[in-house]
Design a binder for this molecule. Structure first.
Ligand SMILES: NC(=O)c1ccc[n+]([C@@H]2O[C@H](COP(=O)([O-])OP(=O)(O)OC[C@H]3O[C@@H](n4cnc5c(N)ncnc54)[C@H](OP(=O)(O)O)[C@@H]3O)[C@@H](O)[C@H]2O)c1
Length: 286
């Protein structure tokens, strides 16, 4: 693998990938303005002119609330944009790694850690579009690796963008002594982005298919928050800043927690995440 095209290189994951791996690979990192993935012709020209060996497709509208309010834009970028990239990758013979999301499980009623082959019926625009993109990408570019990533976090790093995330939300609540509601009826893996980025090069060696990607977690989000607060050792008691939200997700528990058995085996243990609490511990240590 010599040249990797990164779409979305200025984003939360992409910018960290570039920082970590920029010295090891030749990275092509066009900005949104230089390569708009919704423009099929310019995507094709970019591939023909630059002939990447591999593509890490991260460009997307990643804000789920925004997608809910702007479904047409979400369809254009998150589905059509992904298809444009997949078609161009296929025509150049480039290996494609595409970031999907654990949100595709958000309509599932099962409990426990979910495997890739469960039947899916996503309930939100973002999740439906990610699932649609998975299917169209796999058809347009056979051999593509599709990673269903969990929610990721990092500290603020100068010069790199950071979203609202689990760790920052709790740290802010501690600093401001403000109340943070965390859902009791939500189960999800929460992953340190550094871990996800560190193992990403191995994803290019995976056989085509869909893989859950991130930390497993058997605790609900409120419990996870209480454990993290304890790790912070600030002396602040959970009951003073963390409030269990028992009303969110009234219809069914939102369980999007993933099993990573498949990716661990397929990568011969090269891709092997800490569970959510283990990742949070490592994050604090480092
Ligand atoms: N962050 C998470 O916790 C998380 C969890 C699960 C899955 N994911 C998925 O992982 C991928 C990366 O997420 P992220 O957090 O790094 O996203 P992000 O920070 O929102 O970055 C998105 C990137 O896509 C670019 N972009 C948007 N529309 C584009 C277009 N039409 N053409 C070209 N580039 C465009 C943005 O550029 P501009 O800013 O210049 O527009 C930005 O560089 C996304 O597919 C996301 O859905 C993320």
């Amino acid at each position: 693998m010599h040249t990797i095209l990164i779409t979305g290189a200025s984003g939360f994951v992409g910018s960290r990938f570039v920082c970590r791996w920029g010295g090891a690979y030749r990275l092509l990192t066009p900005t949104h303005a230089e390569l708009d993935i919704t423009d099929a012709d310019s995507v094709n020209s970019f591939f023909v002119n630059n002939r990447p060996d591999a593509v890490l497709h991260l460009a997307a509208i990643s804000n789920t609330g925004y997608c809910e309010e702007h479904p047409e834009e979400s369809l254009l970028v998150n589905v059509q944009g992904a298809v444009n990239v997949a078609r161009a990758a296929a025509s150049c013979g480039a290996k494609l790694v595409f970031f999907s999301s654990d949100q595709v499980y958000n309509g599932n009623w099962e409990s426990g850690l979910l495997k890739e082959d469960v039947h899916l019926s996503p309930e939100t625009v973002y999740a439906r579009h990610k699932l649609q993109a998975e299917q169209l990408v796999a058809a347009a570019c056979p051999g593509s690796v599709i990673l269903r990533a969990t929610w990721m976090y990092d500290k603020d790093v100068e010069g790199l963008p950071t979203h609202n995330n689990f760790v920052l939300n709790i740290r802010r609540a501690v600093a401001e002594k403000s109340l943070l509601m965390l859902p009791m009826r939500e189960y999800r893996g929460i992953t340190w982005v550094r871990e996800a980025v560190e193992m990403l090069p191995y994803a290019f060696n995976l056989c085509g298919g869909v893989y859950n990607y991130g930390s497993e977690n058997r605790l609900n989000t409120y419990e996870t928050g209480c454990c993290f607060l304890e790790m912070l050792a600030t002396g602040v008691k959970a009951e003073t800043i963390l409030q269990p939200d028992i009303e969110r997700y009234p219809l069914h528990e939102r369980n999007i927690s993933i099993s990573t058995e498949k990716v661990v085996r397929a990568s011969a243990y090269n891709i092997c995440f800490c569970d959510t609490l283990g990742g949070l511990r490592m994050f604090l240590e480092q």
